[in-house]
Design a protein around this ligand. Structure first.
Ligand code: ADP
Length: 503
C-alpha cells in the first residue's frame, strides 16, 4: 500500500502520540495496546517519539516513577479556567518520554470513561481539556514535533486547534506541525451539543457541514478527519467498510471526501508482552517446540476458573468487552446449543448489566461447562489466551481486533466473523493442504456461527490436524516491525501534505 507516498527515509522524525489510554499505564481496550506498542517500534526505527495521556487515578506515580515537570497549562472551558499539571515518566525499561496531563477534577476518578451506570456526563469537556492541554503543553516542554499522531474521538480536536486558533499563535511555532489521525473505532465519535464548540474556544464559523457540524451538534471525530493531514484506520478491510453506510456510522461520506489521504494499516501485537514463551503472567511457558506444555497451562487455568479438567474436551474462550459490537447477542442466542456440545467455555469481560445477568443465568444452569468473569483482569486474560483451545470473536464489526492476533501466538485457534481486521488476519483452515490459521464464518445468522463451532469441535478431535492448526497460528508474525514502517510512511505523507497546503 501507499505506493504513491514519496518517502524521505533519511530524516528522523519527532513524533508525539496523543491518546486517551496507553499500555502499561491505563487500558480499557485495543487502543491502549496500540499506543503502548507503536512508540517502542518507532523508537527502534530511530525516531524521537513521545507519548501523552491523561493522568488517571489508576496510574500509580510511585510504580511508574512519575515526576512533576513543574510546568503548567491554563485551559479555559466555558469561561472557567482549569490548570493542567504536566508530569513525566518513561515507558518502563526505555528512554521514551511519556507525559501526563494531570487535573483532579477531570481525571481523578475511579474509571477512565464511565461509572457502572453509564458514561461520565462531562466526557466531552474532559477531552476538550485534554486536547487543548496537549497543544499548550508543547511550548512548555519545548518539544515541537514534526507530527502529532492523534487517536480516536478523544483527540479529534487537536488537528482542529492547530489549523484554527493556534495558527500563527506564539510566533507561528506550531505552524509546521503535521497531524495523522488514527481511527480505532468509528462507532465512538464524541458527539456533542453545538454549545460545546464555544466551550472549546472554537469559532462559530466551524459550525458548518464541511467542518464540525453533525446533525445539529458537533462531532469531534469528524473534526479529526477533516482537519488532519492524513487519516488511517487499523486494517485495510475496515478502511473499505467505513466508507460504506453500513459501517461508516454516518461518517462514510466524510471519509470518502478525504479519498487519497485515508489508509488502512493493520495493528501489530507487542510480543514483549504477548509471548507464551516469556509471558510472566502465565503459570507455564511454552512455544512451538514445547507445545505439549500448553495442556499443563490449561489444567491450571481450568482449576482457577472453577471448572473440572476433562481430557479431550476443548476449552473455548472469549476475552472481550461485552457489547453489541462484539457479537455477544449471537452467542447468547445459541448458548444452549453451544453448551450442549462436548466443550467448556470461559468468558472474561465487562459490559452492560443485562449481559452479566443473562450469562450468570447460563452459568447457574451449566456450572460444569460455563465459567464467567465480569471484570477487567489483565493477568487472567493472559492465562485464558494461554490455556484455552479456541477463541470466539463473532464481532458484528471489528476495526482490527487484537484478541485473535494474541490468541494465534498462544496456539489458541480463532473462530471469527469474516469482517474488518478479522478477515485480514485470520485465514480459513484448509483441510486438504492443512494451510490456514483459524476459522471464519460469513452471514448474519447465529446459526452460521453455530455450524462453524460444530466443525471446529469436530476438528479438535483429530490431534495431528489440530496441532498443525495451532502451529500455523503460532508461526504468524503480527509484530509491530512492519506496521510501524507503514506508520512512518503516513507521517511523511502528513508532513508533505502539510507543506503543500501551507504554500
Ligand atoms: P476493543 O479495543 O474493541 O475492545 P480489541 O480486540 O482491539 O477490542 O482489544 C481488546 C483488548 O482488551 C485486548 O488486549 C483484550 O485482551 C483486552 N481485554 C478485553 N476485555 C478484557 C477484560 N475483561 N480483561 C482483560 N483484558 C481485556
Amino acid at each position: 500500500m501507499n505506493e504513491d507516498i514519496s518517502i524521505k527515509q533519511n530524516k528522523k522524525l519527532k513524533i508525539l502520540i496523543a491518546s486517551s489510554e496507553v499500555v502499561p499505564f491505563a487500558k480499557t481496550g485495543g487502543l491502549a495496546d496500540v499506543t503502548g506498542a507503536l512508540p517502542k517500534a518507532l523508537k527502534k526505527l530511530g525516531h524521537d517519539v513521545r507519548v501523552v495521556l491523561p493522568k488517571y487515578k489508576c496510574i500509580s506515580e510511585v510504580k511508574f516513577n512519575i515526576k512533576d515537570t513543574g510546568k503548567r497549562v491554563n485551559i479555559d472551558i466555558a469561561l472557567v479556567n482549569h490548570i493542567g499539571v504536566i508530569k513525566q515518566a518513561f515507558f518502563p525499561d526505555t528512554d521514551i518520554p511519556v507525559y501526563f496531563i494531570d487535573n483532579d477534577e477531570f481525571f481523578n476518578r475511579e474509571e477512565l470513561y464511565r461509572t457502572p451506570y453509564g458514561e461520565y456526563w462531562d466526557n466531552i469537556e474532559r477531552f476538550i481539556f485534554f486536547s487543548k492541554a496537549v497543544v499548550e503543553m508543547l511550548k512548555e516542554i519545548d518539544f515541537i514535533p514534526d507530527v502529532i499522531n492523534c487517536n480516536d474521538w478523544h483527540t479529534g480536536l487537536i488537528p482542529v486547534y492547530l489549523k484554527t486558533i493556534y495558527k500563527n499563535k506564539y510566533n507561528g511555532i506550531y505552524d509546521s506541525i503535521a497531524t495523522l489521525y488514527s481511527i480505532h473505532n468509528i462507532a465512538y465519535q464524541g458527539y456533542a451539543d453545538k454549545e460545546k464548540l464555544s466551550h472549546a474556544g472554537l469559532p462559530w464559523d466551524l459550525f458548518t457541514m464541511d467542518k464540525l457540524e453533525f446533525y445539529g451538534g458537533i462531532n469531534l471525530m469528524k473534526g479529526g478527519i477533516i482537519f488532519s493531514d492524513v487519516i488511517n484506520t487499523v486494517s485495510e478491510n475496515y478502511k473499505k467498510e467505513t466508507e460504506t453506510p453500513e459501517f461508516g456510522y454516518y461518517l462514510d461520506g466524510v471519509l470518502k471526501s478525504r479519498n487519497g489521504n485515508y489508509f488502512g494499516v493493520i495493528n501489530g501485537v507487542d510480543y514483549e508482552i504477548w509471548n507464551p514463551a516469556t509471558d510472566k503472567d502465565i503459570d507455564i511457558n511454552f512455544d512451538i517446540d514445547t507445545i505439549h506444555l500448553k495442556k499443563e497451562m490449561k489444567k491450571i487455568l481450568i482449576k482457577e476458573i472453577g471448572l473440572r479438567y476433562v481430557e479431550n474436551v476443548p476449552l473455548v474462550c472469549m476475552v472481550s468487552r461485552l457489547d453489541g459490537q462484539k457479537g455477544i447477542d449471537f452467542i447468547i442466542s445459541i448458548m444452549d446449543e453451544i453448551l450442549k456440545m462436548n466443550l467448556q467455555f470461559v468468558i472474561l469481560g465487562t459490559g452492560e448489566k443485562w449481559y452479566h445477568d443473562i450469562l450468570y443465568n447460563f452459568q447457574s444452569r451449566y456450572p460444569e461447562k460455563l465459567s464467567v468473569h465480569f471484570k477487567f483482569d489483565n493477568k487472567l486474560a493472559h492465562k485464558i489466551y494461554a490455556g484455552s483451545d479456541i477463541l470466539l470473536m463473532p464481532s458484528y464489526f471489528e476495526p482490527c481486533g487484537l484478541g485473535q492476533l494474541i490468541s494465534l501466538k498462544y496456539g489458541t485457534v480463532p473462530v471469527v466473523r469474516a469482517i474488518g481486521g478479522l478477515k485480514d488476519t485470520v485465514t480459513q483452515f484448509n483441510f486438504k493442504n492443512k494451510q490456514g490459521n483459524g476459522f471464519l464464518f460469513y452471514g448474519n445468522n447465529p446459526q452460521d456461527l453455530l455450524q462453524t463451532i460444530r466443525i471446529v469441535i469436530d476438528t479438535y478431535k483429530n490431534k495431528s490436524v489440530w496441532t498443525k492448526l495451532m502451529i500455523n497460528g503460532m508461526k504468524e508474525d503480527f509484530s509491530w516491525d512492519h506496521s510501524a514502517q507503514e506508520y512512518v510512511k503516513l507521517y511523511y505523507k502528513a508532513i508533505e501534505n502539510k507543506k503543500i497546503n501551507n504554500l
